[in-house]
Design a protein around this ligand. Structure first.
Ligand SMILES: [Zn+2]
Length: 301
């Protein structure tokens, strides 16, 4: 069966579809498959809630995770069941505490229920990268191949998309609605509550989005059809400063002209007026320590 969890995991584990794409995908050793995450972490059977994020990251603090799961399909299988070194990976194993958000939303929507009994997590790109900088701005080969199979396995009644890329990908499969909108995944039409990447939130914004997502989940499961509007949070937005800092940080050999060109592409006229002095200006700010580097690509927020 094409949606059998073990078969899906095995197909993903050995998948080399992204190998020639670049995008920062990598492998630990030539004899190992591309480093990636299981297609689903959490429940391997039907649960109401599916989270879709951007992609797994490789950092200095979680490198050992890939060293355990990529040579060993059994460890990869255990991670899919949210077990890593005998503990819950989603609750405890992620040094960046990225999944605190998912856990908080599930707890808010399903008080007292274990995460894996109500929710599962997947990513738009299952292949891992050091950061999101090189990932394509739209589309995902991993999702084209596997997201429908993930949806047939999880049978979600509601999807929470975390970050701009997951939102945009699901919007490309939109059937109706706005916030939440309904998208077609697997053989289902499912409401999608899109929330910004946690890096773009303050603490207050974070809590308001957790409440909103939990509201949408409860309304959907109660059969409701009218949804509360998403919170209007004073967003940090994507500023030129932040993007410039991120671009220089990600490519230390970036020239002033290249920086100007990338900023101009991200902030196009007529709304913006990026000129030739912008690149040199931000480069000199960066070199004198006056630009704060965000911890993820601001374009994902
Ligand atoms: Zn891939």
């Amino acid at each position: 069966m094409d949606d059998d969890p073990k078969l899906l995991r095995a197909d993903v584990f050995g998948c080399e579809a992204c190998a020639s794409l670049g995008f920062g995908f990598s492998r630990l050793r030539p004899d190992l498959p591309l480093s990636k995450f299981p297609p689903v972490i959490g429940s391997s059977s039907a649960v109401p809630l599916l989270f879709i994020g951007t992609n797994p990251r490789i950092s200095n603090t979680n490198q050992d995770l890939y060293e355990e799961i990529m040579p060993l399909p059994d460890s990869f299988d255990l991670l899919a069941q949210d077990v890593w070194r005998g503990r819950s990976y989603l609750r405890l194993g992620d040094p960046g505490r990225h999944y605190d958000l998912h856990v908080a939303i599930a707890e808010q929507a399903f008080p007292g229920r274990p995460f894996s009994s109500v929710a599962a997590v997947t990513e738009l790109f299952l292949c891992a990268t050091r950061d999101g900088n090189a990932l394509p701005r739209s589309g995902s080969l991993c999702a084209d191949r596997y997201l429908d199979r993930v949806a047939r396995q999880v049978q979600p009644r509601i999807v929470v998309a975390v970050g701009a890329r997951a939102r945009d990908y699901l919007a490309s499969r939109r059937i109706s609605g706005s916030a939440p909108f309904k998208s077609c995944i697997g053989d289902l039409v499912v409401p999608v509550a899109a929330i910004p990447h946690p890096a773009s939130w303050g603490k207050k914004g974070l809590n308001e989005y957790i409440q909103w997502a939990a509201d949408i989940i409860r309304t959907t499961l109660d059969g409701g059809t009218t949804f509360r509007q998403p919170p209007h949070i004073e967003s940090r937005g994507v500023g030129q400063r932040q993007l410039a800092a991120w671009l220089i940080h990600s490519d230390p050999s970036l020239t002033a002209e290249q920086l100007t060109a990338q900023l101009a592409a991200a902030f196009p006229p007529p709304a913006y007026n990026v000129g030739p002095r912008h690149g040199p200006h931000y480069l000199s700010l960066y070199r004198t320590g006056k630009l704060e580097v965000p911890d993820s690509d601001p374009r994902d927020w």
